[in-house]
Design a protein around this ligand. Structure first.
Ligand code: GLP
Length: 262
């Protein structure tokens, strides 16, 4: 299902309200969380609305999608630091329930297996947030990753490292590898909201729309999920056929329409 919004602020409001609805309906909800520039206004919006509506997040569990290898939570560019800065420190989360892959784990393969088990044993993710890379990656599942993949270590493509270099100032080097939840765990989530904003995502969004489900464009897998929504702002939607853009309000192009119930 595709929904096109005028701007990133209206997407942030929509996603924030969906998060609140979910937590209100299920106070011990399990959230799958993403990082990246796209998510910043979403977490800011959610923090505001959660304060305003006095949402109790103390029983919420979260699993982040990914983390750079060789980067610990004290590294300013780690995804752990990102999550603390944009979300975790602003609300009364129980720190024990917040999970991220450990980029410093001594045995990354064992750690990946354990992280995958933890996600699945938590009862599964109720609501998964996703951004998308300009090459169609989700989490750090680069083009060509098997849809059966579980949490694993990945060598980042040059394109992804270049895209993400904007977050690493000066001469800081973007790590060459990362741990990411696999497509399998992502697709097990009961509901998925993928957000793409800005002109830089317009080309891959158009490709997603044009193509059948293919491992060459990882986020096409969402067309197989019955409760996945792709939320675009006008810029990210700008290269879609005009008829699709015209019918922007909740055009169902894949999966089934989502019921309003939490
Ligand atoms: C990184 C993350 C992805 C994210 C993507 C897009 O590569 N691993 O989870 O979706 O960046 O980031 P941005 O929102 O900054 O464009």
């Amino acid at each position: 299902m595709l929904q096109i919004f005028p701007d990133s602020e209206s997407i942030a409001e929509f996603v924030s309200r969906r998060l609140v609805e979910k937590i209100r309906a299920k106070p011990d909800a399990v959230l799958g969380l993403a990082t990246g520039g796209t998510m910043e206004p979403i977490y800011a919006g959610f923090v505001d609305i959660a304060h305003e509506m006095r949402v109790d997040v103390t029983r919420v569990t979260s699993f982040n999608l990914d983390e750079y290898v060789g980067v610990g939570p004290d590294h300013p560019k780690s995804y752990a630091a990102y999550m603390h800065e944009h979300l975790f420190t602003h609300l009364s989360f129980d720190r024990e329930r917040l999970h991220l892959p450990d980029g410093l784990a001594s045995n990354l393969e064992t750690h990946s297996r354990e992280y995958s088990d933890k996600v699945l044993k938590s009862g599964g993710i109720d609501l998964q947030l996703l951004g998308v890379g300009s090459n169609g990656h989700i989490g750090f599942n680069e083009p060509g990753t098997s849809f059966d993949s579980r949490c694993h270590v990945v060598r980042l493509s040059e394109r992804t490292r270049k895209d993400n270099s904007r977050f690493f100032e000066g001469n800081a080097i973007v790590p060459e590898s990362a741990i990411t939840m696999g497509i399998y765990e992502i697709m097990q989530a009961r509901e998925i909201l993928l957000v793409a904003t800005g002109e830089s995502k317009a080309e891959i969004v158009a490709e997603w729309y044009r193509r059948e489900v293919t491992e060459a464009v990882p986020f096409t897998v969402l067309k197989r999920h019955t409760r996945a929504r792709v939320l675009l702002d006008a810029a990210a939607a700008s290269r879609l056929p005009s008829a699709v853009r015209g019918a922007f309000s909740a055009v169902a192009i894949s999966g089934l329409p989502i019921s309003a119930s939490a």
